[in-house]
Design a protein around this ligand. Structure first.
Ligand SMILES: O=P(O)(O)OC[C@H]1O[C@@H](O)[C@H](O)[C@@H](O)[C@@H]1O
Length: 258
């Protein structure tokens, strides 16, 4: 529900010179970080199990609270795959972007995971955080420009099925980043691009992120503020890696400012 009394950045808990909000999507606006996390676990566990049997090694499952948060969350699909496999001393060829799910390559494992994400979204739908919709409405009412900056190649689809497109003036997703040669998070380049597309300086933009790689990107990009969003009890890690403030729900910023 929009609040007609909200008219300035400080009413949504942001410093006055701020002109724009750069929102991560999965885990910040939509409850899709959990969908991604369970797809990653299903894919890696089946791959690791099959590999352990083949090589006669012990099967060590993929941990969501450990491996996902540390190596995968917030990063582009191929970067997350590579980063987790490196932590297990596994090196695979990159392969091609259209590798089938059976191909033992970085892209092949990514295809497996993406098929699982699509199946989960088709069967379970996408949940939008109510507090985030309230925040989007309030930010819009306060005259702030809004971009979504996500590592996901499924960003456009998620924004469409949830009806959130109407809030978004600029979108920097995996396709945009790759087409423009931008490094993915934890590099700040995609957030810098979000500010550029909105026509504001980075100091005039606030980054909203739930992932360690995302707050690191915010910290390294000279933004006005980095808001960490803690959905899984990792507030301390978000602060340590670059969040200036941490909330468990975006609506807290409005309520605290009132
Ligand atoms: O596989 P996709 O949809 O391109 O998403 C890549 C990544 O996108 C990020 O937004 C998520 O935090 C990660 O969990 C996800 O793995």
């Amino acid at each position: 529900m929009s609040d007609p009394q909200i008219a300035r950045p400080r009413d949504v808990g942001l410093p006055e010179p701020v002109l724009a909000c750069l929102f991560d999507l999965d885990g910040v606006i939509t409850d899709t970080a959990s969908v991604h996390a369970s797809a990653w676990k299903e894919m890696f566990d089946s791959y690791l199990q099959e590999r352990a049997e083949r090589l006669g090694e012990e099967f060590v499952p993929f941990g969501i609270a450990t491996d996902y948060v540390k190596y995968v969350d917030g990063k582009r699909r191929q970067d997350g795959t590579r980063s987790f496999l490196a932590s297990r001393n596994i090196t695979l060829p990159e392969g091609e972007s259209d590798d089938s799910p059976e191909t033992e390559s970085i892209n092949g494992l990514g295809t497996r995971k993406n098929n699982l994400v699509h199946a989960k979204i088709a069967s379970e739908g996408v949940t939008v955080y109510e507090g985030s919709v309230r925040y989007l409405e309030a930010a819009q009412a306060a005259g702030l420009r809004i971009a979504v900056v996500s590592s996901s190649a499924n960003t456009a689809e998620i924004l469409k099925v949830t009806g959130l497109e109407k809030f978004v003036e600029a979108r920097v997703d995996a396709q945009h980043a790759i087409a423009n040669g931008l490094h993915g998070k934890p590099s700040p380049e995609t957030f810098v691009e979000g500010a550029r597309l909105l026509g504001v300086e980075t100091r005039q933009a606030v980054v909203f992120e739930d992932a360690i790689a995302g707050v690191e990107a915010g910290r390294d990009g000279d933004f006005g503020l980095v808001v960490g969003v803690d959905r899984v009890g990792h507030a301390a890690a978000l602060s340590q890696h670059g969040a200036d403030v941490v909330v468990t729900d975006l609506a807290q910023l409005i309520d605290n400012a009132a």
